[in-house]
Design a protein around this ligand. Structure first.
Ligand code: HEM
Length: 438
């Protein structure tokens, strides 16, 4: 893979995090539709920058593209950099890393089980979690919405959907934060703590199933093995956590710093939905996280790609390629055509619930803390380095403090506080009554 260097874009660098679109532009000018990049020191990949080319990979009709990373993994050196990538691109028996019939079997489990959470219950649960979080900082007049709000929402939510009591969410948050902030010294312990949490979860649901996602996955007619069940639950959490966190934060940052959204409060211009679609188009949460591999050596838009080489679809670059024609500055965003949720057979199966969750989380905080402002210049916000995501490190805001005795809608008297605490627990159909098809 060394043939890619030395001029490759270093996607793990702070420079890339600070200006990814500038880097895409340079790569496009230098290499065209497919560019050589480094995703960790010494580890190369082909980055797909073009919209049409991205669709050719994602919605593959040739049968030449695969999601199975094992041949690529076999080529990697045994270095900390390579091991560090395994959390994101290491093969596991799950929907993300499989093709064909195996993919359809896993995918049926995911879609059937997600469909068992009714949208109105999901929304009520998100509102309840948001109110509880806002209550923790509402009287202070300032907050970091990454740490104190958006990061906590998917974790508390999925802890509940997986059927664990709220008090366990602190354990999950600690385990996942450990993973996020892992250094070579702490990484192994963090991984072990997270693995322990997840296998305890599966074990408890095999012993005592309930009305929750974990139990529905275990009981699905596709009959996943315990290992497949464990990896499906882990994937759902991983696939939900970082994308939701980033979508919520990136959209709030846009709403509070862009006058087109301030106007919306009084004259109905741009809405939260527009902000979500704009973020999914321009700064999608998983900006470059579309790992694919060819089965046969292929000339792809002028780049020779061999099996066991990593190809990353850049949703962010593809969406913003001028030729894609998705740039509608100043107008309502084009909701349908962006690739922020991927496309083709591996398109995000949770796009609708994800929009519902993010939309509810944003609307709730804007309603309770009207007039919220960025506590820093937009240009001073910093982005967390990493080859795959588009993630603000912090989102400091200020607002007029609200207090428990304040009249009107506030997190202490909100009607959503009366939401049943187990939002997945009532009037359930029998788990996955509709049999799995392949
Ligand atoms: C918040 C926004 C989200 C975004 C932007 C997002 C984005 C994506 C993208 C781009 C893919 C395609 C990956 C590929 O082609 O390799 C994907 C796949 C997937 N997403 Fe999401 N996602 C989001 C939320 C969620 C949530 C909440 C869940 C779970 C509840 C989820 C579960 C999955 C799963 C299981 C896959 C793999 C599907 C397959 O391989 O067939 N995502 N997501």
């Amino acid at each position: 893979m060394n043939r890619f260097f030395p001029d490759a874009g270093r996607l793990y660098s702070a420079e890339f995090a600070a200006d990814p679109h500038g880097v895409y532009q340079v790569l496009r000018a230098q290499h065209g539709t497919v560019a050589p990049v480094e995703i960790a020191p010494g580890i190369g990949a082909h980055l797909v920058l073009g919209y049409r080319a991205a669709l050719e990979v994602l919605d593959d009709r040739s049968g030449n593209w695969s999601k199975d990373p094992r041949p690529w993994q076999a080529t990697l050196p045994d270095t900390p950099a390579a091991r560090g990538l395994m959390g994101m691109i290491g093969w596991r028996p799950n929907v993300l890393f499989s093709d064909g019939a195996a993919h359809r079997r896993y995918r049926q489990v995911v879609t059937d089980c997600l469909a068992m959470v009714p949208p109105y219950r999901l929304r009520a649960l998100v509102m309840e979690i948001c109110d509880a979080l806002i209550r923790e900082f509402a009287v202070t007049g300032s907050a970091d919405l990454v740490d104190q709000y958006a990061q906590q929402i998917p974790l508390r939510l999925f802890n509940r959907l997986f059927g664990r009591p709220d008090q366990d969410s602190a354990e999950l948050i600690a385990a996942l934060k450990g993973l996020l902030n892992a250094t070579p010294e702490t990484g192994e312990a963090a991984n072990a703590a997270f693995g322990q949490y997840m296998s305890d979860l599966l074990h408890s649901k095999y012993q005592e199933p309930g009305q929750d996602l974990t139990s529905w996955i275990i009981q699905h007619p596709a009959a996943l093995t315990p290992d497949e069940g464990l990896h499906t639950v882990i994937l759902l959490l991983g696939a939900a956590f970082e994308p939701l966190l980033n979508l919520i934060v990136n959209a709030i940052a846009r709403v509070v710093s862009d006058p087109r959204y301030h106007a919306s409060l009084s004259d109905g211009a741009l809405t939260t939905y527009d902000a979500l679609q704009e973020v999914l188009r321009d700064d999608p949460s998983m900006a470059n996280y579309g790992p694919y591999f060819v089965l046969q050596p292929t000339d792809f838009h002028g780049t020779w790609i061999r099996p066991a080489e990593l190809v990353l679809v850049s949703y962010a670059a593809a969406n913003t390629e001028p030729a894609a024609g998705l740039d509608h500055q100043g107008e309502r965003s084009d909701s349908g055509a962006h690739l922020g949720f991927g496309a083709g057979p591996h398109r995000c199966p949770a796009a609708d619930p994800a929009l519902l969750i993010a939309g509810a989380a944003i609307d709730r905080i804007l309603t309770l803390l009207p007039g919220m402002r960025l506590a820093a210049e937009p240009g001073a916000l910093t982005w967390r380095p990493g080859p795959f995501h588009r993630a603000l490190s912090a989102l400091p805001v200020t607002f007029r403090p609200i207090r428990p005795d304040q009249p009107g809608d506030n997190p202490w008297n909100s009607r959503t506080n009366s939401t049943p605490s187990d939002a997945t627990s009532q009037e359930k159909p029998r788990p996955c009554a509709h049999a799995a098809t392949s």
